[in-house]
Design a protein around this ligand. Structure first.
Ligand code: FES
Length: 180
């Protein structure tokens, strides 16, 4: 039994993996989530290759209200035997999925392709600590043992340019604040 968790546009990269597990005869439970119903993608495609599909939205505008970790936690607490959990989505979502499964000892994979930038190993944007070692998601991953990923450090790195990003957004995203 494989649980695939897709958050936001993370549903797109999770889809071919879930489909492959399905085609190989595994039981596939898919949990997909988004902030709002308008941000839900590929619900039908995911349903077609899943034995069970659970949709969550933060605001309850579609599916059940809450986060993808809610049904996952319920399954684990109910004693459902899960062989693998695979998560792709925002870093904070993957962090929470890892924290949810860890006490239950369920093998969990996080696919960190959502943090990649150039995908060539040159920009350094996807650097992440895994098992105490520096890794590049695009070269060494993107799949990693989620329980070994230092998500606290990764979240901190992602916040590093928050102020500059806010300034950029405040200008309409075109960064024309500085005279050339
Ligand atoms: S995405 Fe740039 S180094 Fe990995």
């Amino acid at each position: 039994t494989v649980v695939v968790v897709g958050g936001g546009i993370g549903v797109a990269p999770v889809y071919p993996i879930a489909r492959a597990y399905h085609e190989l005869g595994n039981k596939v439970i898919s949990i997909i989530g988004a902030r709002d119903k308008d941000l839900v993608i590929w619900q039908d495609k995911m349903a077609a290759i899943s034995d069970e599909l659970i949709l969550t939205t933060d605001n309850g505008s579609a599916g059940r209200k809450g986060f993808v970790t809610d049904p996952l936690r319920e399954m684990l607490e109910a004693g459902e035997k899960l062989d693998l959990v695979l998560a792709i989505g925002p870093v904070i979502m993957m962090k929470n999925v890892a924290a949810t499964t860890k006490p239950f000892g369920v093998k969990t994979t996080a696919s960190l392709n959502t943090i990649m930038v150039d995908g060539t190993g040159m920009c350094g944007g996807c650097r992440v600590m895994v098992g105490g070692e520096n890794k590049f998601a695009c070269v060494d991953g993107p799949e990693f043992d989620a329980h070994e990923v230092d998500f606290a450090n990764l979240v901190m790195r992602q916040q590093m340019y928050k102020d500059q990003e806010a300034l950029e957004y405040s200008c309409g995203g075109h960064c024309k604040c500085v005279e050339e």
